[in-house]
Design a protein around this ligand. Sequence first.
Ligand code: SF4
Length: 438
Amino acid sequence: MSTNAPSVGIVSLGCPKALVDSERILTKLRAQGYTVSPDYDGADVVIVNTCGFLDSAKAESLEAIGEAVAENGRVVVTGCMGVEEDRIRSEFPDVLSVTGPHQYEAVVGAVNEAAPPKHDPFVDLVPPEGLRLTPRHYAYLKISEGCNNRCSFCIIPHLRGDLASRPINRVLLEAEKLANAGVKELLVISQDTSAYGVDLKYQESDFRGRAVKTRFFDLARELGDLGIWIRLHYVYPYPHVDQVIPLMADGKILPYLDIPFQHASPPVLKAMRRPAHAEKTLERIRRWREICPDLAIRSTFIVGFPGETEEDFETLLDFIEDADIDRVGCFRYEPVAGAKSNDLPNPVPDDVTEERWAALMETAQAVSAARLKTKVGREIDVIIDSVDSDGATGRSVWDAPEIDGSVFLPHEDDLSPGDIVRARVAKATEYDLEADLI
Ligand code: SF4
């Protein structure tokens, strides 16, 4: 355990379920090196886990908050009464944060913010940014769990529930820790990134003394201030996505959007239970590219969806060409157990699905090759992923790790993973670029 670790006090009210919540919160805080204070005086911050079951329990909760505010002053409120945030804040405007039951992560985040944990690399088992399985120079940043959509081919909402966004101060603290640990590129992920914060009604939370909204645009803007590469995945082309395009044009976040369109033909999109506005989407993409000509769009599509006709499929190919989709992943439709789409009529035979898959990949390859050809001669930034005796392999701002293309820098064996270098594009193939260091 680190020396001079901050100390946390806890007042736990209510039923055994609330007590278990308190235990979980304390377990997480202890794992971060906090000590537990038996009194108000010795605590750097006090958590009050409230009960809201009966009016008498609410009165007791308010009394406990009042006592903690008077005795200590740095108070984090959570638990069942936390759902009545307005009432609590009207009586105690200075409480540091208010959250409802089971929001362990938000509580731990509020404590971290009020009394940052001390990291001692000699004795702590886990580094402050947590343990990761990705290379040191990039990391995934998960902003929410679950999904409010009900696409007919997907059982994720059934498995993971409705959208549950992480409060923005938690996400930003994690992003900051990752950047401090040397991460050069953050990949923002979720099931539906553009819906971020809808479930929390865009709730504000305190980050470094400022009130920040739990909202897609605010997240992109704040992350953009970290000074590292920020890449957005799983974004749906809702109108409010327009707002982040200027951030891309200004170089705050990468000019890259991963949008899982899945299809483009209105009848198929309808059967998939997805928004069916291919024309509007094309128009939107055109406008985005007027603002940010460098924008790369990655997407995934499904071929062989039940009822997909030859005409639907042609519409999809046209869309990929008209929208200039830079990077494409394509799945052959599979009836997943429990998915609503299994009940749809007119399944597409396997051999037709296979043919369509090959045709789509061919179209996508031609679009990708044409898009990459326009980069030849340009000066670009390249983030290095690996180096061997043949040279360095990296990625441009238009390439996410694992799924997109690469930039090869022949003979550059003096670079290290995570370096971001300037290079001039010498050659383009269907999916990759070759470049010379400047
Ligand atoms: S496909 Fe994506 S958007 Fe649709 S329900 Fe599944 S997770 Fe949600």
